[in-house]
Design a protein. Structure first.
Lengths: 381, 592
């Protein structure tokens, strides 16, 4: 089998790269996935998007991604159910409130000004919230939620309709070299020749990159997440409690409560699993933030991985020291779904025209050696 | 054993209610056959299932009152009174009609301004309850530690526990329902070769177990395996649920088989129920189901159900999509003739008709008047617990059901988990009991209790002989399953053919999320999703309140019909805790 561009990893990112390639006219595209599409992290995520980041680079990148996300329903065969319900960070510390105030002036320069609310205003808009000890809240009305599976299915459909290929249950074993360039990949069902290979395998990327001596500074961090029985929609926004281990909660379009808390912290392991500890911490945080959730019923829990880089920002492009024709996209540190619509586009530009988008430039894999890190401190979960 | 009913008064009117009893029973007992409302279709959900795990069971006083209000008004339950404006109703109906699997594709509501309007409206009209205000009651966790934990107190579970205790082992049985005995308690068929009914057999066992001091906890649910322990939930009925940490060296699952609604047209109409619930109503509560009934199914369980309903006073027709009624022992076949139960085989299409409830069943052969329809065709073990214990699931064509892969003693790929009883594929009560005893010897050996080396083996050969003599076809099917397990394979047999309706839109597979056969058909044929995980994410099947208990196996059988692959090739989607939904106040009380 041969292909012009081979994308290793059929998550939302790999499929977004594939989609943007076929959209730009390159139909000889093959996306391979080790199980079913999205099984690694995409189908496990909390399905939210935001533009409010602490670093300018990430903010600008996310603004571009949001534009494409809002258009996705018009362009794709699937409606990704985007809802701009806003984010709300509940604040309990003067210093943090001040930091948000300062950051908001910068955000307004980018055209994404949020609002700082006093506790009384919060209580008025969200009477179900426990506002005890709260000194204010920061609202980002541009942010919101979407349906991750539908976005991914939309990309898949577009690739297939344009004549590209998506192959599932195909395990990438190792990269094949021809001199100093990548010539293809060996999989569980024979080898595939490719002119260019993009590795977008999330936390599993290093396993394949290491077969040619390349490596990304990614550490998997396991996050547990849970869904509650459907309720009448009453949580009107995506809530983040900055006091309680970045506890967050929102309601899906079907009315299910969905949320998580950053506890227990499990790094390095690649085992999906759940703990009673998480259930207890989540329930305590949920009841203390929204007392009415006391009788809400937990439906199911599951876990997934953040692919965390040292600076919590993603890695796009290639390292000149690596074999030729090898590209990576990864290390999104929990922001993969929301960045994917734009990341796919800039990667497609790079692959087809060898053009590096100005917004993509800072995300080069070499930035860690060159000490040009993009410190992102606004992390949720 | 008869249920203790208590009287509840509301607005001066008395109603009979029972602690922790499914809402549907309370309603049915009082003559209302509809218990909920479809989330997308807005059709009133009449399908009756009286298992303790159904999401509609009473969970609070508020639930009880709601069910009572429903009795007064004879209306489907909705927590907030529906708006009555004609425009509002029409708009709602129109929007709801969009909400099948076509929903994400409809160009009209995919475009941005329309989508914004649509989602705003959808959120406003979701027919879900608001969160309840609740008293801040203290919930306390309990802790249970034992050598062997048995889940399920049916014939197999109690037989195991009795023998294991006799061998000097420490064992606790937990049961989700509020009484011992499981489904066997409502089955009054005579066991072939004995003069006892299944119910007597089960009750004798239970009495002996009580006398022997076997510790058994009712209203306790196995809720899931976690990395830091196994969680049980003590169902509180009208009081808050409480967590219970479970610690055991071995888990023995004796959770039985669960019957699922058959897939035919309008299978959500009031009057349609599963066989175990029909038997519970007829034999346990003494409710008359109606003058004329239809039982759908081709196996011995369906035959037994038909005979008992006949005995309870209804005229019964047994229908099946297969060419013959298979694997039914002579005692029951003779009974069918003697009692005058009409049998119609080889039906290709079925559809229930009636405006508010079932009136008759039309098939491609004839039209049958029916006050009620009983599904006894499709069943599955409790996949949510077995799947969590990460054992491979195969499909056995003779039993007609997905079954966990296991060895002769019920040992599985997970060394600390065993399966016994009907959930392991044994359909004869006596043999099931004998196999459970062999498992008790086997585990006693593992725990180094004073048991002779060969005793487990000799018990096993007795059990094998019993099954072979009592139900040779079952023995053969069971041997195939065990043989496959021993070779490290997954049993891969072709699935049975579902008797469809022509109108796939009216065949409901998932009752929580309103997924129809049409949605599955589109997922498989139009989008090419053959992986059950993707079908789940595309249609929403199995993501509702019952977490796939009522639909997962049915969906797999249907997908297997669509793709032509055996059901075990479709596989089950990853089973995640919780087994039953659990309130946050209970989870908050977990102490490690």
């Amino acid at each position: 089998m041969r292909t012009r561009v081979l994308v290793v990893g059929g998550g939302v990112l790999g499929l977004s790269i594939g989609y943007n390639l076929v959209k730009k006219g390159e139909r000889n595209v093959l996306v391979i996935e080790r199980k079913y599409i999205g099984n690694g992290s995409t189908t496990r995520c909390a399905s939210a998007f935001r533009v409010h980041f602490w670093s300018d680079e990430n903010t600008l990148f996310a603004i571009e991604a949001r534009k494409r996300l809002l258009r996705a329903g018009d362009e794709l065969n699937f409606n990704p159910l985007v809802e701009t319900i806003g984010y709300m960070w509940l604040l309990y510390d003067e210093a943090i409130l001040d930091a948000y105030r300062k950051r908001n002036t910068r955000w307004s320069e980018f055209g994404i000004a949020g609002n700082l609310l006093a506790p009384e205003d919060v209580k008025e808009d969200h009477p179900y919230l426990n506002t005890e000890d709260m000194i204010g809240a920061f609202c980002g009305p541009q942010d919101g939620v979407l349906h991750h599976d539908f976005l991914m299915f939309g990309y898949r459909d577009a690739i297939l309709n344009a004549g590209g290929r998506v192959l599932e249950y195909l395990d990438a074993k190792r990269l094949l070299m021809d001199g100093n360039r990548i010539s293809g990949i060996e999989t569980s069902a024979g080898s595939i020749e490719a002119d260019k290979v993009v590795v977008a395998g999330g936390v599993w990327s290093n396993a394949i990159l290491e077969t040619v001596g390349a490596r990304l500074p990614i550490v998997p961090e396991r996050k547990e997440i849970c869904v509650m029985e459907p309720m009448k929609p009453f949580i009107k926004t995506f809530l983040i409690n900055t006091k309680l281990k970045s506890f967050y909660i929102t309601q899906t379009a079907r009315g299910e409560g969905i949320g998580s808390i950053d506890h227990p912290i499990v790094k390095g392991s690649l085992e999906y699993g759940n703990t009673l500890e998480f259930l207890r911490e989540f329930s305590r945080a949920a009841i203390s933030t929204i007392p009415a959730l006391r009788k809400a019923r937990m439906l199911r829990v599951w876990s997934g991985f953040y692919e965390v880089t040292p600076d919590h920002s993603h890695i796009l492009g290639r390292n000149p020291e690596w074999p030729e024709n090898l590209y990576v996209a990864g290390g999104f540190s929990g922001h993969g779904l929301l960045m994917a619509p734009f990341a796919g586009e800039v990667m497609a530009d790079l692959l087809l025209e060898d053009r590096t988008h100005p917004l993509m430039k800072p995300y080069s894999p070499t930035r860690f050696e060159e000490e040009r890190e993009i410190k992102e401190t606004l992390i949720i979960g | 054993m008869t249920a203790q009913l208590s009287e509840v008064r509301l607005d001066g009117r008395p109603f009979l209610c029972q602690k922790n009893e499914p809402l549907a029973v309370c309603l049915y007992r009082n003559g209302v056959k509809s218990s909920s409302i479809g989330f997308k279709s807005l059709r009133s959900r009449g399908f009756t299932n009286l298992e303790w795990w159904i999401p509609e069971r009473l969970q609070s006083e508020e639930d009880a009152f709601l069910s009572l209000y429903a009795l007064v008004d004879r209306k489907p339950i909705s927590l907030e009174s529906p708006r009555t404006g004609i425009v509002h109703q029409l708009l709602t109906r129109m929007l709801r009609s969009f909400m099948d699997s076509e929903f994400p594709h409809r160009a009209m509501i995919r475009k941005r301004p329309f989508w914004n309007l649509t989602r705003w409206y959808l959120r406003r009209t979701l027919p879900h309850p608001s969160p309840r205000r609740a008293k801040d009651e203290r919930v306390k966790q309990t802790f249970l530690e034992t050598d062997v934990l048995v889940v399920g107190s049916g014939i197999a579970g109690v037989s195991f526990a009795l023998k294991f205790k006799e061998l000097g082992g420490e064992v606790v049985v937990i049961e989700g329902d509020h009484f011992w005995g499981g489904h066997a308690v409502y089955d009054q068929s005579i066991i072939p070769g004995l003069t006892k009914t299944v119910r007597d057999f089960a009750e004798n066992l239970v009495e002996t177990a009580k006398d022997e001091g076997v510790s058994l906890l009712t209203d306790v649910v196995f809720d899931g395996f976690f990395e830091d322990g196994a969680l049980g939930i003590r169902l509180g009925g009208l009081r808050p649920d409480a967590p219970m940490l479970l610690k055991a060296k071995f888990f023995v699952f004796a959770t039985g088989l669960r019957d699922l609604p058959s897939l035919f047209g309008n299978n959500d109409l009031p009057g349609h129920m599963v066989a175990s619930s029909a038997l519970k109503l007829a034999n346990y509560y003494g409710v008359s189901l109606g003058a004329r009934g239809v039982v759908i199914g081709n196996n011995e369980y369906a035959t037994r159900t038909a005979l008992q309903l006949k005995k309870a006073g209804s005229s019964v027709t047994l229908v099946t999509g297969c060419e013959t009624v298979k694997g039914v022992r002579n005692e029951y076949l003779r009974g069918l003739q003697k009692e005058g139960v009409q049998v119609i085989t080889g039906i290709r299409k079925m559809r229930a008709e009636g405006r508010r409830e079932v009136r008759y069943l039309t098939t491609d052969k004839n039209k049958i008047d029916a006050d009620f329809i009983v599904s006894a065709e499709s069943w599955s073990p409790a996949l949510e617990t077995l799947g969590q214990a990460t054992m491979p699931i195969g499909y056995n064509a003779w039993v007609g059901c997905l079954l966990p892969m296991h060895g002769w003693y019920g040992e599985t790929a997970n060394p600390s988990v065993f399966v016994i009883g009907r959930s392991s594929g044994i359909l004869d009560e006596c043999a099931s009991s004998a196999f459970a005893e062999a498992t008790a010897y086997h585990i006693a050996n593992k725990l180094k209790l004073r048991v002779g080396e060969n005793e487990a083996e000799s018990k096993l050969s007795i059990a094998k002989e019993a099954l072979n003599k009592r139900y040779p076809e079952n023995y053969e099917a069971y041997s195939r399953l065990v043989g496959c397990h021993e070779r490290g394979e997954v049993l891969n047999e072709p699935g049975y053919r579902v008797a469809y309706s022509e109108d796939l839109h009216s065949v409901f597979v998932c009752l929580c999320e309103d997924v129809t056969l049409n949605d599955l058909d589109r997922a498989v044929r139009v989008h090419g999703f053959e992986d059950i995980e993707l079908v789940k994410r595309y249609t929403g099947i199995g993501t509702g309140k019952c977490q796939g208990k009522r639909c997962l196996a049915n969906a797999i059988y249907a997908i297997s019909n669509l793709t032509g692959k055996p059901p075990s090739a479709t596989g089950i989607f990853r089973q995640r805790p919780m087994v039953v939904t659990t309130s946050l106040e209970a989870l908050e009380a977990i102490e490690l």
